[in-house]
Design a protein around this ligand. Structure first.
Ligand code: NAD
Length: 265
């Protein structure tokens, strides 16, 4: 088994920008055809489609808000009529809405939980239903479906002033593991990637304001690129990772080693 996804169909949510876009490209580079989900960024989604097509794969952009049940159900229906049965789903869409706890409104809380955690639940549930419909296709892949969540180092690193975000990612961790425990016996592989600091729009302001402070948290000495995560996603989706089930792959330049404990030695 190698990194060969030819003939497989992948849905990537939030694929018009950042890690979603890079993952769509890396999955396509390995051979997959791609459903580029976006919430409302038609032009950016068209760019991702063009990048996938430039690699010789098929791609289609489908608008859907992952926090809305009816839209997620429609996303899967449209995806299958465009590109056939779905083999790989990367639940990537996510957002931040930061506030100190005393200032965090219920709307701030819900805005993040609805997309990051409820969205992951809805995408995960529909993915599993569609993988089940497909039956086993041994010739394509040993697993009948590969579901990958985009979590974060904040599934384990506490994050003051971002409690909605950290809670959503901690939730994704248990969602992923519990789903893996529930459906692995059906040859459905569920895993997560957990990025550290990756250069995307989500943290552009923070990188502008405090790059030196950010780098102090990263032993490997550089901010990550979206492709660093995209390559891990493509690997997790491939048969090379066939025995990797219910795991989180941290792609973080060792941020989770808590470099402050290295001291000045
Ligand atoms: P990004 O802002 O470029 O990407 C987020 C994408 O999600 C955007 O395309 C956005 O339009 C989409 N999205 C938001 N709400 C949506 C909805 N309701 N329905 C469909 N799509 C929606 O930033 P990114 O860094 O590429 O973020 C992607 C994922 O990576 C997020 O889940 C984020 O939490 C996670 N992550 C990012 C970092 C980082 O440092 N950049 C670190 C850890 C985890």
């Amino acid at each position: 088994a190698g990194l060969d996804l030819s003939g497989q169909t992948a849905i990537v949510t939030g694929a018009s920008t950042g890690i979603g876009e890079a993952s769509a490209v890396e999955l396509a580079r390995a051979g997959a055809n791609i459903v580029v989900n976006h919430r409302d960024s038609h032009d950016d989604a068209a760019d991702t489609v063009a990048k996938v097509e430039a690699l010789g794969r098929r791609a289609v952009a489908i608008q859907a808000d992952v926090s809305k049940e009816d839209e997620v159900i429609r996303l899967f229906a449209e995806a299958e009529s465009a590109l056939g049965p779905v083999d790989i789903v990367f639940s990537n869409a996510g957002r931040q809405k930061d506030a100190k706890i005393g200032d965090m409104t219920l709307d701030d809380w819900k805005a993040v939980i609805d997309v990051n955690l409820t969205g992951a639940f809805l995408i995960g549930r529909e993915a599993i239903k569609h993988f089940r419909n497909k039956g086993l296709r041994e010739e394509v892949s040993r697993a009948r479906g590969k579901l990958i969540f985009n979590s974060s180092v904040h599934q384990i690193i506490a994050w003051a002033f971002h409690v909605n975000y950290a809670a959503s990612k901690g939730g994704i961790h248990m969602l992923m593991q519990s789903l893996a425990q529930e459906v692995s016996c059906e040859k459905i592989r569920v895993n997560s990637v957990a990025p550290g600091a990756i250069a995307t729009a989500i943290n552009a302001a923070e990188r502008e304001r405090n790059l030196a402070g950010m780098l102090k948290l990263i032993p490997y000495g550089r901010v990550g690129e979206p492709e660093d995560v995209g390559r891990a996603v493509a690997w997790l989706a491939s048969d090379a990772a066939d025995y990797v089930v219910g795991q989180t792959i941290f792609v973080d330049g060792a941020m989770t080693l808590y470099p402050e404990f290295r001291g000045n030695g």
